[in-house]
Design a protein around this ligand. Structure first.
Ligand SMILES: [Zn+2]
Length: 196
């Protein structure tokens, strides 16, 4: 099946697509089906407003249970991203290698349209990874809240880190633009078992 190239995402005049190890081009529309893939992973384009409205409906319907649902679905998505992109490190990988793979999170969220994120890897023995987003669309599209609202990113980060480290973590958002903070801040910490 042939593939039709589509323009790469541009930001500030710079091509965001990584030079390696992703095989070019990262964003492809298959001519046979019209389906789009990013680095070979099926994707489609959904406006952030769609997710925000779905989240609002879930929160109105089932409150905390709905938030947990968003978290778990995102957790699976983060774990799948690691598998699909071949980012699961080999057994015995060094901390430096795991750190490099964890940092790919920034590139993936940027290429997928979620904006700029910054990943800081702390003590890997404590599974301590911090991620910040200054421009979370989930937060900016959410009504002001007393609690953090970016459950999707909490879950996706936790699934991603769990898969790279090969050990389950929980993601917790401690600062959120929706509750008046200047950024959204997420940390991971060990848990006994994955939520899903
Ligand atoms: Zn947030």
């Amino acid at each position: 099946m042939g593939a039709l190239r589509v323009p790469r995402v541009l930001h500030g005049g710079t091509t965001l697509a990584p030079e390696k190890p992703a095989s070019p081009p990262p964003l492809v529309v298959a001519t046979g089906t019209g389906h789009m893939t990013l680095w070979g992973v099926p994707v489609w384009i959904i406006p952030p407003q769609y997710h925000a409205e779905m989240q609002a409906e879930l929160e109105a319907l089932s409150g905390k249970a709905g938030q947990g649902m968003l978290y778990r679905v995102a957790f699976r998505s983060g774990r799948r991203a690691v598998e699909a992109l071949g980012l699961a490190p080999p057994a015995g990988a060094s901390d430096a290698e795991r750190t490099a793979r964890l940092r790919r999170f920034e590139e993936i969220t940027l290429a997928a349209g979620h904006g700029i994120s910054t990943v800081t890897v702390g003590d890997l023995a404590r599974r301590d990874v911090t991620m910040t987003m200054r421009y979370s669309l989930l937060a900016s599209l959410h009504p002001p809240s007393r609690e953090p609202v970016c459950h999707y990113y909490e879950g996706f980060l936790a699934g991603f880190v769990t898969a790279v480290l090969g050990a389950p973590v929980e993601g917790v958002e401690t600062e959120c633009h929706a509750k008046g903070d200047t950024r959204c801040l997420f940390r991971t910490k060990p848990v006994a078992a994955s939520p899903v």
